[in-house]
Write a protein of this length. Sequence first.
Length: 109
Amino acid sequence: MEDVMFGLRAYLAAGAVGLLVAGGLWLYHTAYKAGVEAEAERVQEATERLNEQLRRAEAARREATEAFLRAQRERAEIERRLSDEASEDSNADRRSFGADSVRRIDSIR
């Protein structure tokens, strides 16, 4: 009978150890899962912050591109005006030179 009781106690002790191990594994799994979920949440928040920074950077790039294109158009307009003014001045000089030449020729005659 003592052998049966010893076996029963050993069986119960092994069961208790098994329950302790299973409980420990469950606690470890729960803590690990909570850690993974917390890390996933931190990664999600960091991703959202980076996406917001990316949106702001993209908006700034678009604004800079638009400003650059506006400046190029304004420069082209200024160059066109200067070219037109230079052409008008050149034509006026030619007309003036032509009129002076005609006057000189007339005065020589």
